[in-house]
Design a protein around this ligand. Structure first.
Ligand SMILES: [Fe+2]
Ligand SMILES: [Fe+2]
Length: 272
């Protein structure tokens, strides 16, 4: 089982054509079982940006199963300030061009994926003291965590349980920002779903980390961006994930400007 994790493509003026063609080439060569796109497909929620994202996803879907969730840039949050206004408008573009299913579930032999939508625009429950985070911060409601838990509980025994949502579960070590409004409590909630692996974007910095709480271990993988706005001037990258009965291997594949291509860095291997 081989999975590609990308996020934050941000189709629009910050997208980088060289990265996108290199990723498309890699998808064609590697034939991943699943291509996960962890949100922020667009930069500004514009129709042309959704269209560009759609054709990228179509090309990937011809070769792999594509699993996608929305990001905060895919939400027209200004339609529904503070929970007022029609909720349907929030993700209208995403629903039209990308997927009407904001929280997909995918079951393949040995692995169950659950997607959650962490992007609700500006709501009473997303209010934060950091004003610049007002439309940026993510939230996952108790009923969403519960849905993930119930789906994982019904998955075949021994499946790897993979939770996918846009906002970074861990605090970014350069940004110093939590993705979710309830910060570290999100880790407890993610653990409570029974997930083994969490795939996020949003922070624009690559991070692969095992979080251990008591006897439970959760592997968290944040993919950075494929646009020109990586954090700290670090190179663009994506993650390749390989699953065997014995091990879960995560590999950051990083842009090498001399090679003009993405090249693998050291693997992180977690025993199962
Ligand atoms: Fe982003
Ligand atoms: Fe984001």
């Amino acid at each position: 089982m081989r999975i590609l994790q990308i996020s934050d493509v941000h189709f629009g003026r910050h997208a980088v054509g060289a990265y996108l063609s290199a990723v498309a080439r890699r998808i064609a060569e590697r034939r991943y079982d699943v291509v996960v796109v962890a949100g922020d497909l667009t930069q500004r929620n514009f129709r042309g940006q959704f269209r560009a994202a759609r054709s990228f996803l179509d090309a990937a879907a011809a070769l792999s199963t594509v699993f996608v969730v929305p990001g905060n840039h895919d939400v027209a949050w200004w339609w529904k300030p503070l929970g007022l206004g029609p909720r349907a408008l929030l993700l209208r573009g995403y629903r039209k061009w990308i997927s009407n299913d904001l929280e997909p579930v995918l079951q393949l032999p040995g692995v169950t994926f659950v997607g959650l939508n962490s992007c609700h625009g500006v709501q009473p429950y997303t209010l934060t003291t950091r004003l610049r985070d007002l439309s940026v911060v993510g939230a996952i409601r108790p009923e969403q965590w519960e849905r993930a838990r119930a789906t994982f509980a019904g998955a075949p025994a021994g499946d790897l349980k993979v939770l996918v949502f846009h906002h970074n579960l861990l605090r970014g070590d350069l940004s110093n920002r939590w993705g979710l409004v309830n910060r570290a409590a999100g880790i407890t909630e993610a653990l409570g779903t029974g997930a083994d692996l969490v795939l996020n974007g949003h922070d624009h910095q690559t991070r692969i980390e095992a979080v251990e709480v008591g006897a439970r271990r959760l592997v968290v993988s944040h993919s950075t961006t494929l646009c020109d706005r990586t954090r700290g001037g670090l190179p663009a990258a994506f993650q390749e994930i390989e699953l065997s009965p014995q091990a879960l291997t995560l590999r950051a594949v990083t842009w090498d400007s001399d090679a003009g291509d993405f090249t693998p860095r050291q693997d992180r291997v977690f025993a199962r």
